[in-house]
Design a protein around this ligand. Structure first.
Ligand code: SF4
Length: 271
């Protein structure tokens, strides 16, 4: 059977999406905590300096989208897990728009998770009311962010991209993962909550951390509940909650989990 470029993520990645597409191999954002070199068994230095286009991506993607259409599969597709669709090297970025044009042609919903900040705005005209724009918010302190995520957009630029998306009527979500410093996360939450529809909160994996997970898990869940802000606590962090997540009214399991990961949980339509 032909291998699709749209694939079903495994393990913890499934908490983000039931289907995903990686446009580029390698990623020049250079995040020190990046998990991809570890899972792809590549040297960090190599992974961050050798981004390449995937061969015949557009041709293969069109076949996949055609097949999904024939199957009636309208799942959200995440772009992307093992790279960022907005690279520092601009020569990679026109492919992102070509990919989104195909999503529009087949009316297949997508969500983009990026640290590219303002670069993402150029493609906002490609979003329909079913698509989502998302950003990872890690640190508010620009110097610390620059040190850990040297080529990513600054925290303020990421916030601005979210706010712009929201003003244009695009649904937005934020990944609070990796969590590096809980105070910084709370600061970013306060700064973003007026223009973010949904938060996903997790830990940090395979990287040193001083975060008190018990304290963080409970306080972030309580804060979002108090603000009536829809949120999702990832499974590794959920273990630190004193209450069962079902006791939080605003803790939401979303459509892609209902369909492929937690079939017994109810469908939630986020507004
Ligand atoms: S943006 Fe994501 S894939 Fe790229 S280096 Fe950072 S963590 Fe890795």
């Amino acid at each position: 059977m032909r291998k699709r470029v749209i694939y079903t993520p495994k393990g913890r990645a499934r908490e983000y999406s039931s289907l995903a597409l990686n446009i580029i191999n390698g990623c020049d954002m250079g995040c020190d905590y990046c998990y991809v070199p570890r899972i792809t068994k590549k040297k960090k230095e190599f992974f961050h300096t050798n981004s390449v286009h995937r061969k015949d991506l557009i041709k293969k993607l069109e076949r996949d989208l055609q097949e999904l259409k024939e199957e009636g599969n309208t799942s959200l597709i995440m772009l992307s897990f093992t790279s960022d669709v907005y690279q520092l090297d601009e020569s990679f970025n026109s492919i992102t728009r070509d990919v989104l044009k195909l999503f529009r042609k087949y009316n297949q919903p997508f969500h983009i998770l990026t640290k590219g900040g303002l670069k993402a705005i150029r493609d906002f005209d490609m979003y329909s009311d079913k698509d989502w724009f998302a950003t990872s918010l890690t640190l508010f302190d620009e110097k610390r962010s620059k040190k850990l995520e040297p080529n990513a957009a600054t925290p303020l630029e990421r916030l601005e991209a979210l706010e712009t998306a929201h003003k244009r009527g695009i649904k937005t979500w934020v990944s609070f993962e990796p969590t590096i410093d809980e105070e910084e996360t709370f600061k970013l939450y306060e700064l973003s909550k007026d223009f973010v529809n949904f938060y996903k909160v997790g830990k940090i994996s395979g990287y040193p951390s001083k975060v008190n997970w018990d304290k963080f898990a409970n306080s972030i869940a309580e804060r979002m509940e108090m603000d009536k802000k829809p949120f999702f606590i990832k499974y590794d962090l959920r273990k630190h909650l004193k209450k069962d997540v079902s006791e939080y009214k605003y803790h939401k399991e979303v459509e892609w989990q209902k369909k492929t990961y937690l079939p017994s949980w109810g469908l939630v339509v986020l507004r």
